[in-house]
Design a protein around this ligand. Structure first.
Ligand code: DC
Length: 226
């Protein structure tokens, strides 16, 4: 039996799951897997190679052989053939295409084992849509982070603005609505909380308050004072 501890943080776009997962991994000294980055890198590769989304067998080969690495010093940095593409994949267009590709069961299947290898000592914190339900169902602590849609859109807007992107709140809100619908209604591994997940609504919480709450869950689940 695999006894390596795993904490899964799932939720929709803009819920704050990525920020919290990164902070938590750092605090625990555990590995970090941003599963959405794999779907985003795949979308990036599809754009670069101009691959048709109907060409599923080509997408599967690409998913299996994706030349992507997570920086060993900072696992939130994504390297593509040695180049740092972290900022390039975190655009709205890459996110939207990633969500379309992520609806293909064959692609999800091809990425499964790539995700599971991140489960390594001393532990793993991971974020995504199906981390608690499908990829790491053995996880001892599953958190599902949400926030109302307007709040999430505003957060994404601020994030992208800070990075110097020229974006409109209206567009972000409509893309987010579309992406939520697709992620929640796809036939395979839809976005939903695991039965044993703890729900955390961050609509009225800032990052610090959310993190404090998550630390309470961690202490309750693992019985340690960290
Ligand atoms: O977490 P994110 O917004 O970076 O993810 C981008 C897209 O990838 C998301 O809209 C759906 C897909 N995704 C997924 O289907 N399963 C995951 N575990 C993570 C992301």
């Amino acid at each position: 039996m695999n006894t390596i501890p795993v904490i899964t943080i799932d939720g929709p776009s803009g819920s704050g799951k990525g920020t919290i997962a990164r902070l938590l991994a750092k605090k625990m000294g555990w590995h970090y897997l941003e599963s959405g980055a794999l779907y985003r890198v795949l979308a990036y590769a599809v754009i670069q190679a101009k691959i048709d989304l109907n060409d599923v067998s080509r997408l599967v080969v690409l998913a299996r052989d994706l030349p992507v690495k997570f920086d060993s010093e900072d696992e939130s940095r994504i390297l593509w053939c040695g180049y740092d593409i972290t900022d390039s994949i975190h655009t709205e267009s890459c996110g939207n295409l990633a969500s379309k590709i992520a609806a293909l069961p064959e692609v999800r299947d091809a990425l499964l084992s790539r995700q599971r290898v991140f489960c390594a000592s001393p532990g793993l914190v991971t974020d995504g849509r199906d981390m608690g339900t499908v990829v790491f169902p053995q996880s001892k602590l599953k958190i599902f982070i949400t926030a109302d849609r307007a709040t999430r859109a505003k957060r994404r807007y601020m994030q992208l603005k800070e990075k110097g992107n020229n974006v409109s709140l209206e567009n972000i809100l409509s893309e987010l609505t579309e992406r939520d619908y697709r992620d929640e209604h796809r036939a395979v591994s839809p976005l939903k909380p695991a039965q044993d997940a703890i729900l955390l609504d961050t609509t009225h919480l800032n990052i610090e308050q959310t993190f404090d709450q998550v630390m309470v869950f961690v202490q309750e689940a693992f019985g340690v004072s960290v």
